[in-house]
Ligand binder design. Structure first.
Ligand code: PLP
Length: 388
């Protein structure tokens, strides 16, 4: 057994939906809840320590990205940060043309739908390669033909199929056409090193619960050259960008989670990558005619935490398959977590799968440091029995 072993019967394979909070993070948050209840806007002896905790957290987060503290704005999570950036870009930065993809998270796609209605902006979607990767030539072409001020919004790691964007390449293309670049990095912050002093990206977003921090808190990185305006008005918290009393314990929890993730990154990257390799091998040797969606089956081309598996089972049996796995204590996702509970199929798989693939059961397994090889053995054994 490794040091990360989870000895309980339940096997949690839905880490792209959310992750378990690290004990050290929870302890720190409880300490803040108990001992730092002052309002950070209060100037007395109760408020000042809360304010200091927030500013220290901001500084720590900024240092991991190699940006300045003033470029980090705390939000309630990734969705709010995406909304803040995209909506303000249309309203305040005179962006008339957004170029995105059809496989972005709904925090981006649905926001762009609204912007079309509210601000009459044009939204174009870049073509995808067969494996779900962005067609970079097409991005270049779309930008070269556009006569308007453009913003490109493309996610770093796809939350359903694990494909990774080449941030440097997109940044260079955007620079060539003087387009602004926003990347939804919710699935990559805390999982990869990111030095924003080396790549020109104007905006990124993060969500603490994707890297073993608390839910309901995230941040937007807004490059200091971009003059956005707030979506939420009120007090002058977050330098007026985001009014409302700060969630001090959540912010402290987020920075602690990021500190630990970055400190242990190499070790944890190796541990989870080895698990993914083991999972792929085990699946390939145990189940015939199985496929991996997007690039997720290719360890070099996709994120190390996620596998999207297409089983040789008709789609009509999907609900029962997942239900049975759940009864066995194996938690995974039929697509993106944000879809669960709704009947809408995955908009990502709809874009990247052919007719045959769409008629099969696809399931996302996403890993963390709390998973083990024993859990993978158990999951594969149970899946083999269910497919029989
Ligand atoms: C890529 C991506 N963007 C945005 C979000 C939304 O983040 P939050 O849950 O913090 O609002 C998610 C969450 O699943 C995500 O995976």
């Amino acid at each position: 057994m490794n040091t990360f072993s989870n000895t309980s019967y339940q096997c949690y394979f839905d880490n792209a939906a959310t992750t378990r909070v690290r004990d050290e993070v929870a302890d720190k948050m409880v300490d803040v809840l108990k001992n730092n209840y002052g309002n950070p806007s209060s100037t007395h002896s109760y408020g000042r320590p809360s304010k200091s905790l927030i500013e220290l957290s901001r500084k720590e987060i900024a240092s991991h990205l190699n940006v300045s503290s003033s470029e980090i704005i705390f939000t309630s999570g990734g969705t709010e940060a995406d909304n803040l950036i995209l909506r303000s870009a249309a309203r305040d930065l005179n962006i008339k043309h957004f170029i995105s993809s059809k496989i972005e998270h709904h925090a981006v796609t649905h926001t762009l739908d609204e912007l079309e209605k509210d601000y009459n902006v044009k939204v174009s979607f870049v073509k995808l390669e067969k494996n779900g990767d962005i067609d970079y030539d097409n991005l270049n072409e779309l930008l070269s033909k556009s006569k308007d001020r453009c913003m490109v919004s493309l996610m770093h790691v796809n939350n359903e199929i694990g494909n990774m964007l080449d941030l440097k390449k997109v940044s260079k293309i955007c620079n060539k056409y003087e387009a602004l670049f926003h990347s939804d990095t919710v699935q990559s912050v805390g999982h990869y090193k990111m030095d924003l002093s080396k790549i020109k990206i104007d905006f990124i977003v993060a969500s603490a619960h994707k890297f073993h921090g608390p839910k309901g808190v995230g941040f937007a990185y807004i490059n200091k050259s971009c003059n956005l305006r707030p979506l939420i008005f009120g007090g002058m918290q977050e330098r007026g960008y985001r009014a409302g009393t700060e969630s001090v314990h959540n912010i402290v929890g987020m920075s602690e989670a990021l500190n630990i993730s970055m400190e242990k990154l190499d070790e944890e990257y190796k541990y989870i990558s080895d698990l993914k390799k083991y999972f792929i091998k085990k699946l390939k040797t145990s189940i015939k005619n199985l496929k991996f969606n997007g690039c997720s089956g290719d360890i070099k081309e996709s994120t190390y935490t996620l596998l999207n598996i297409q089983f040789p089972l008709e789609k009509s049996k999907a609900e029962m398959f997942l239900f049975k796995l759940d009864l066995l204590g194996i938690a995974c996702s039929k697509g993106s977590a944000c879809q669960s509970g709704s009947d809408a199929g995955s908009h990502v798989l709809n874009e990247v799968l052919d007719k045959d693939g769409l008629n099969k059961v696809s399931t996302r397994f996403s890993l963390s440091i709390y998973n083990t090889k024993e859990e993978i053995d158990r999951a594969v054994n149970e899946i083999v029995k269910l497919l029989d």
